[in-house]
Design a protein around this ligand. Structure first.
Ligand SMILES: Cc1ncc(COP(=O)(O)O)c(C=O)c1O
Length: 415
């Protein structure tokens, strides 16, 4: 991979420097189109709402919205970002455990789909409904035991304990809120303990992604059961089912589509609801790469090789729990050897990869592949400012975000 979408990596570094993030517009568009098509082939009413937190670079959001995706936001900040980019309020799905009253009020007035996370938020919405003197339509997030104990039940109302049905009863009785949607998100990945010894603390877990499609089947069947139940008991009419995110790359999607779609088609007992999906990783992970330069290579006393590169966990924070995939750009495999790839931070935990690399030297380039999900949005200016982000579209290169400078970083300081 000595080029990204036809643009040579040498040319990119020569013109824009290193390290540098590169986004492929073609991959983004293909991911989104195929994702939507795979569901739409089997289900008549599909909405794809892209998960902002996964990567909210405006160049990426712009492409995604032009391709027709809604926004899935998890805070008032992300909500405002969507509105700033011109996304209509009624195509925003507003999730998350901390939404302020003024944010909820604005989103209600603008017609956003608000998925309520907990009772205190529900109470705030009841207040807003009273103040606006109208019944507000809401969705509720629910959580269910799908048989994997690591899945958290801290988000939403629990179905198994009866908590979710109590919330429905409350809304029906006080008439301030009308439940029209059910939301569930099975988390991005499943966490399992890692028994490898001598790992740094954050890596004593393994992240399982993608998770089994069976979990989606169980979740969808339960959501459908609940929708039928509350229609029968309370005449609550569910108009959308939001299955959240956590989906795999598009080549593996088929069995996930079947798991979700057939559970609804076979089980839902009245007019089919809109099916909302909130992919993040599936859309953006393999659409962004980082080109990096080797700073130093050292054979250590124990015979192991370690190298330092110019990008660390400041830029790729997901490396703290998941090592990255690295591609080298030389043809030769001479001296191929297990190598620990460190970032440039003065931290023991600044490890990006452990992988077999040939003999390489300072100045050689590497590509850290598929880093589009949860890296840039969680990156920081710890020790180094963030570098430039390029977008490649139709074989032309655009700067999507400028490299940060010292002035940029200190402009918010007032003393
Ligand atoms: C509510 C919700 N929806 C969607 C997503 C996106 O998940 P993923 O990137 O795994 O598709 C997340 C991420 O954690 C989320 O919390």
């Amino acid at each position: 991979m000595n080029n990204i979408d036809g643009i040579s990596t040498d040319k990119i570094v020569h013109e824009y420097g290193s390290p540098i993030f590169v986004v492929s517009a073609t991959t983004l568009k293909t991911n989104l189109r195929v994702f939507r098509e795979e569901f739409s082939k089997k289900y008549p009413r599909v909405v794809v709402a892209y998960s902002y937190k996964t990567n909210y670079l405006s160049g990426i959001l712009d492409i995604i919205h032009k391709e027709g995706a809604w926004a899935e936001v998890a805070s008032g900040f992300e909500y405002d970002l969507a509105r700033l980019l011109g996304v209509p309020g009624n195509t925003v799905v507003f999730n998350g455990p901390y939404k302020k009253k003024e944010e909820l009020k604005k989103a209600s007035k603008e017609g956003a789909l608000i998925n309520v996370d907990h009772l205190d938020e529900l109470k705030i919405l009841e207040e807003i409904a009273s103040e606006l003197e109208r019944t507000l339509e809401i969705g509720i997030r629910i959580n269910i035991n799908v048989g994997v104990h690591q899945l958290p039940d801290r988000f939403g109302f629990n179905l198994d304990s009866g908590e979710a049905i109590q919330i429905v009863r409350r809304c029906v009785e006080n008439k301030l809120l009308r439940i029209i949607g059910l939301h569930i998100h099975l988390t991005s990945y499943i966490i399992e303990p890692d028994h490898e010894e001598n790992t740094i603390p954050a890596r004593r877990i393994n992240l399982i992604w993608p998770k089994s499609p069976n979990l989606y089947r169980t979740a969808a069947e339960n959501v459908v059961w609940f929708a039928n139940e509350i229609r029968e008991k309370f005449a609550v009419n569910i108009r959308y089912i939001d299955m959240g995110g956590g989906f795999p790359t598009i080549d593996l999607l088929n069995s996930y589509v079947d798991a979700v779609v057939y559970s609804i088609l076979n089980g839902f007992k009245s007019e089919l609801p809109i099916l909302i999906l909130e992919p993040g990783r599936a859309i953006v992970k393999n659409a962004m790469h980082l080109i990096t330069t080797i700073v130093d290579v050292k054979e250590m006393a124990d015979g192991k090789r370690r190298m330092v590169i110019d990008a660390g966990t400041n830029l790729l924070p997901t490396s703290l729990w998941e090592l990255q995939e690295i591609e080298y750009l030389v043809d030769s495999k001479s001296g191929l050897k297990e190598t620990i790839v460190y970032g440039p931070l003065c931290l023991q935990t600044d490890i990006i990869a452990k992988t077999k690399l040939p003999e390489l030297k300072a100045g050689d380039k590497l590509i850290i592949k598929n880093v589009g999900a949860y890296n840039f949005s969680q990156s920081s200016s710890f020790i180094f400012p963030r570098p430039c982000v390029l977008l490649i579209e139709n074989e032309s290169v655009k700067v999507s975000r400028k490299a940060e400078t010292v002035d940029d970083i200190f402009k918010f300081e007032t003393l």
